[in-house]
Design a protein around this ligand. Structure first.
Ligand code: SDX
Length: 399
């Protein structure tokens, strides 16, 4: 009834669409992870705890939370052989290309975690999952340093988000001082990662499930997710939103002219960060990020003209029948870039931050598919619209 065709695995079995991880009601603007409303998680939880919930299905008790945090810390470093992969990439290489490459390479450097033999030993899955989450975070910082031609900063024994900011911004020049992130900055990054943790079977998560259904290992499946997320209609939208806002600002427009252009609906002048394949109402994450945006910028004493333009676009679009009639509302990407910019994160890294959060949901979805006792490969059927049967035409008889 949702108009969504589940993958038909070719056996008439659409079980592949079933999942117990995230529930979305697009008309009501509801998002829940394992039954917990995103508003409550955003308010009371933090990224690592929500990551545990999304992967294991229950909120962790104190001992489980401590053990999960320790496992993430244990696997924070990206070992030297994997660091050498960066030498093969120009500094201008697309960040998501580097991320997809190194995440896939984890399988080569940790074959014991890529054998999918976790039915016998669940600790293999626990380690692989923690390694994927922790190293994707570290790789985000390394990609930033690589682009700036700065040496990598070793991991520090601190919280997940503080460690990311430390590995990003410490030692601005070799031997420089450590970066001590303000609590507001750490809290905002935590919220961003939490809000990007999972989102039902979106394009990149469906890619992870598809690849995982062939019994491909976790890292290969995550790499497929990274590649799918890189597209501007998906995870690349947060970058596209900032480029759009900057373009509007540079043209001396307050957004009024752009809104008129956006109504042409052509892909090149779309109002990026607006619309959603499932939400026909506000994306609840957009509401949370929009409110956090105001708070974080005020706390950091930042007056960003792009935020004024974003607010103007949102107010204008929400009064305009073109957008209302198509049920186009702000989505998670509309304000996230403004917060990331306030945290000092460059636009080039925005989609990598998205992937750092979404790796959690990809892992949970991969496990749902890979742990099926009678795991079946996804084999979507098609509606064939090509030529009907015809006979071969020898070269001499061709026009
Ligand atoms: C994410 O699936 C997920 O859950 C994704 C995500 C996640 O967490 O994983 O939520 C993350 O990807 C969020 C979406 C980020 N993308 C953008 O912000 C890019 C801008 N948005 C659009 O490209 C579009 O809205 C989509 C891709 C998000 C949704 O596309 P749909 O639902 O398939 O809509 P459509 O392309 O069929 O368009 C329907 C109509 C068209 O007009 P008409 O043909 O009816 O005249 O709406 C128009 C479109 O032209 N339209 C827009 C628009 N989005 C759709 N017009 C102007 N601006 C827009 N943003």
């Amino acid at each position: 009834e949702s108009g969504y065709i589940c993958f038909d695995q070719g056996y008439g079995n659409t079980g592949s669409c079933e999942s117990q991880i995230t529930y979305i009601d697009g008309d009501a603007g509801i998002l829940r992870h394992r039954g917990y409303p995103i508003e409550q998680l955003a308010e009371q939880s933090e990224f690592v705890e929500t990551a545990y919930l999304v992967i294991y299905g229950e909120l962790p008790n104190a001992a489980q939370r401590r053990a999960f945090g320790d496992l993430l810390r244990t696997h924070a470093e990206v070992e030297e052989p994997l660091q050498r992969i960066f030498e093969g990439f120009p500094r201008t290489a697309p960040p998501m290309t580097i991320l997809a490459s190194v995440v896939a390479a984890l399988a080569a450097h940790h074959p014991e975690l890529a054998a999918n033999n976790f039915e016998k030993d669940l600790a293999v899955f626990d380690t692989a999952a923690a390694m994927a989450i922790s190293k994707t975070r570290t790789l985000g910082a390394m990609i930033y340093r690589h682009r700036k031609g700065l040496p990598f900063v070793p991991s520090k024994d601190t919280t997940f988000c503080e460690n990311f900011l430390h590995m990003m911004f410490s030692q601005k020049e070799p031997g420089g001082p450590d970066y001590l992130a303000e609590p507001e900055v750490v809290k905002a990054l935590n919220l961003l990662l939490l809000l990007h943790a999972d989102h039902e079977q979106n394009c990149s998560t469906a890619a992870v499930r598809m690849v995982g259904s062939s019994s491909a290992n976790l890292f290969a499946s995550l790499s497929a997710g990274v590649s799918a997320l890189s597209g501007p209609l998906h995870g690349g939208a947060n970058t596209a939103v900032m480029e759009m806002l900057q373009q509007i600002h540079d043209a001396g427009d307050d957004g009024s002219r752009f809104i008129e252009q956006a109504k042409s609906g052509s892909k090149s002048t779309r109002l990026m960060g607006f619309g959603h394949a499932v939400y026909r109402n506000f994306d609840p994450r957009a509401k949370i990020i929009g409110a956090a945006c105001e708070k974080v910028l005020a706390k950091l004493g930042i007056n960003d003209p792009l935020l004024d333009i974003a607010r103007h676009l949102e107010q204008a679009a929400l009064r305009d029948d073109y957008f209302l009639s198509r049920k186009l509302y702000p989505n998670v990407d509309f304000y996230s870039g403004i917060i990331m910019r306030a945290l000092g994160i460059p636009v080039s890294l925005f989609t990598v931050i998205f992937a750092m959060g979404r790796t959690t949901g990809w892992i949970a979805n991969w496990y749902e598919v890979a742990s099926q006792p009678k795991g079946r490969i996804y084999r979507p059927r098609q509606v064939y619209t090509g030529p009907v049967k015809r006979d071969y035409v020898p070269m001499a008889a061709r026009p």
